[in-house]
Design a protein around this ligand. Sequence first.
Ligand SMILES: O=C(O)CCC(=O)C(=O)O
Ligand SMILES: [Fe+2]
Length: 338
Amino acid sequence: MTSHSLLPSFPSNLPTAPISVISSASLLSHSPFATSSLLSACQTSGFFYLDLNDSIPGQALISQSESLLSLAKKIFALPDHVKQGHHLEKGKSLFGYKAAGTVKTTDPSARKDSTEFMNVAKDHVFGVTEPRSYPDEIWQAKELFEQFMKGCHGLGLEVLRALARGLGLDDEETFVKSNSFDKPSGDHVRLTRKTAQQEEGALGLPSHTDFGSVTVLFNWLGGLQIEDRREGMGGEWVWVRPLEGHAVINLGDAMVKFTNGTLKSAKHRVVPAPGEQGKHDRYSVVYFVRPHNEALMKASPAFENGGAVRAAGKFGEEEGKVYTAGEWMRQRAVQLGN
Ligand SMILES: O=C(O)CCC(=O)C(=O)O
Ligand SMILES: [Fe+2]
């Protein structure tokens, strides 16, 4: 049993995103059907559900995500001055605590975000780089973070292998090579909380695309919405219903860049949870697989032909200039104001 069963269910009358469910067992066994469904999901919205119930690594992640949910409740219940003591350095690093209301507003009505983050770097947990300060509760759960980070990264790399196979690339490791676990990178676990009580009109999170390669997301209440890009849908916002035992997987802009626009990263946002769900605080547990800092943000050789597609992130990207992933992520963070 997971905490889904303790919460009101997602209303049945809302327009939900038509996103595929891929089995983690089939992904891990390289099933051609899973490969082709995954590829077509990533060529349309870039979002899909991964059913974690049917594989051992998947089941481990379900249970770790529940433990991280309990930890998130403890962390965000800490007094403000304690959380602020670990605040991220705006424009410099993405790791640490982010208070609600500090993400740059992208919504036309300029509504503020109402979500707190605690971003814990893979490099700090594994000692790849010098760590920063985090609340003691984080360090006490070091082993849990290690397991969850390894598990999510491992699945993320399987997604990247499946995409390379699906796209018919000669080297299945094409994308994996840019997303090494052992090298310094922007990979991190993000714990989020949006309280049920919030400022009038506040958004959970303004619309954005993720800027890494693969995002693995666990949430328990509705609120996540993506733009529906199917023909005739005019980019309407549709809900992503949380599914017990499933992670929501989405591609970030790095994959758009590496494939020159063949693969997509959909815009998404978080709004207050619908119906009865809105009376509860909303948490999510996320892992971002991002290219390691030295990877070059340019199309892989198989995608070099044709005009370069510009991934989201208008930070004065000069024509022809190739950024390293480290610099690119920093620019995107500055752009978001976090
Ligand atoms: O909380 C969610 O459901 C989504 C969070 C998200 O989009 C993000 O942290 O980038
Ligand atoms: Fe996101």
